[in-house]
Design a protein around this ligand. Sequence first.
Ligand code: HEM
Length: 214
Amino acid sequence: MRSLLVSKWTKVALFLLCLVPFGGLVWRIIKSNLGANPVEFLQHATGDWTLRFLVFTLCITPFRKLFKLPDLIRFRRMLGLFAFFYVSLHFLTYLGPDQSFSLSAMWIDVAKRPFITVGFAAFVSLIPLAITSTAGWIRRLGGKRWQLLHRAIYFAAVCGVIHYYWLVKSDVRKPLFYGALVAILLLWRLAGWFSKRRSQAPVRVAAPRVSVSG
Ligand code: HEM
């Protein structure tokens, strides 16, 4: 298993696999097979894939620990960057066809519709993570600060779920499903952080009692 995970070809294969949804969308565009409402189709597909890639990225750390596969870390950055890739496409399908590339119209909409506000917050929070995903930035920020910054991915995932929950009109099963996944992953991490903090807390040793009466 380890040789598979450390192979450069596994990384290449995963990269190509991550491009499959994008390829599928390009194929549908070429074939004009996007249904009655092409913009809605693209918005929904790219939104779904953003949320899936956020969940895949968040799964890496628990899977490394649960299945004792530390080498899975090699794929986390790629999955996170693909989440950013799909959210950028998602944002473009909104900014272009929905808002005719008008930033002022977009701002009005972001302020007016709460589900857009939350989605936008998630998108903005992912920008610094994408920029600082390189080894150079890890060195510049230092491991601790970099890790702290990259916890914003949980914020993005929670906002993504709220965004999805708010926009669906009737059947909330899918957003609730993603919500449950994100909640489990977040609770798992919180439990890990708390137990680490507790084990690192200085142990208090009671001072020996000194009797004044001699
Ligand atoms: C991490 C960030 C985001 C995530 C995870 C996300 C996810 C999603 C999901 C899952 C859907 C619904 C897909 C479906 O129905 O199958 C969706 C729809 C949509 N999203 Fe996002 N989104 C994000 C950011 C944004 C941003 C930044 C905007 C625009 C500023 C945006 C605008 C929209 C719009 C307009 C729809 C379609 C709404 C409708 O059908 O009425 N999203 N998004």
